[in-house]
Design a protein around this ligand. Structure first.
Ligand SMILES: [Zn+2]
Ligand SMILES: [Zn+2]
Length: 330
């Protein structure tokens, strides 16, 4: 089968490799859509967990091609999306229901071969049925599950005013989820005009190009979906007394920001982060399948495996790119 292989940071190519046979409790999936996300960029650049060579791709949906011994809930031909994080369910973190911090964590597309290949192996218990949902939409299950986890952690309340930094695919999904949650208005900060227009069309009450246009001490929740330290440093100043700051975007490792502890004390702020997801895949599929949260319109690029580098370049260039979908089977 064909698989995209990142041999070392910055060097990738399509290779013909042996097809995996399904192990007991595992299935083989023909990958029909696999989203490219910021994590793939970090992997490509050698800035993330896991070693090389690796086949990336952790946002995937497809059709079951083969099932291993003992697989009971799924059959050949089923349409599924994959929760890529595989916890051991036996370490202390897992036993405390914090599987996202599993000490024996494995992940499809990070430590295990991923979805940027014609076929990928997955444990049965990582599969979610997507029914008749288009594969591209199923491939949004994983990023949306992370967004759901973040919004749940922030305990967003009905009627809240929110400031949201960033209107990439994650920021737009967060905006749409916040509106479903019943917030009264969301102000989106985004310097990319194309993305800002999508935020406006998605129901943002105010769209601004720079954080200077936000009101200080005003928002119930200030959420960052950029991971830019300069913005994350400013976030607490816009939160109202008693408000919440959610650092959601993936920041670069090793960079620091300055915070004034007295401001946190005086305003009684809650500072939160959010790491991957915690059993939010079922919620994500339900939201997409019900039509309550649209994701299909976020796909701007559809590429065969051979054009992965082009997808990476498009994401880095920014301009009019939202979600890049790799289509390993055409
Ligand atoms: Zn991702
Ligand atoms: Zn564990």
């Amino acid at each position: 089968m064909k698989a995209l292989v990142i041999e070392r940071p910055g060097a990738s190519g399509v290779k013909v490799i042996a097809e995996a046979k399904p192990a007991p409790g595992w299935v083989i999936i023909r990958v029909m859509a696999c989203g490219v996300c910021g994590t793939d960029l970090h992997i490509f650049q050698g800035e993330y967990l896991g070693g090389f060579p690796i086949t990336p791709g952790h946002e995937l949906a497809g059709v079951i091609e083969a099932v291993g011994p003992g697989v009971e809930r799924f059959a050949v031909g089923d349409r599924v999306a994959v929760e890529p994080n595989i916890p051991c369910n036996n370490c202390e973190a897992c036993l405390h229901n914090r599987q996202n911090f599993c000490e024996n964590w494995k992940a499809i597309g990070v430590t295990l071969p991923g979805g940027m290949a014609e076929l990928v192996a997955s444990p049965e218990n990582a599969l979610f049925s997507i029914g008749k949902l288009p594969f591209e939409e199923g491939a949004f299950m994983e990023p949306l599950s992370c967004v759901i986890h973040g919004v749940e952690r922030a305990r967003v309340r009905i009627g809240d005013r929110v400031a949201l930094f960033g209107a990439g695919p994650i920021g737009i999904m967060m905006l749409r989820l916040l509106l479903l949650q019943g917030v009264s208005d969301v102000t989106v900060v985004e310097r990319n005009a194309h993305r800002l227009a999508i935020a406006r069309a998605s129901g943002a009450a105010r769209c601004v190009a720079a954080s200077e246009e936000l009101r200080p001490d005003f928002y119930d929740v200030v959420a960052d979906a950029t991971g830019a330290p300069a913005l994350e440093e400013l976030a607490p100043s816009f939160a109202r007394p008693g408000g919440t700051v959610l650092l959601f975007g993936v920041p670069p490792a090793g960079k620091s920001i300055r915070l004034e502890p007295f401001a946190f004390f005086r305003k009684g702020l809650t500072l939160l982060s959010s790491y991957t997801s915690l059993r939010n895949s079922y919620q994500a599929v339900s939201l997409i399948a019900s039509g309550r949260l649209e994701v299909a319109d976020l796909v701007t690029h559809r590429l065969p495996l051979e054009r992965f580098a082009e997808g990476i370049e498009a994401i880095q260039a920014g301009a009019e790119v939202m979600k890049v979908m790799m289509l390993p089977n055409g």
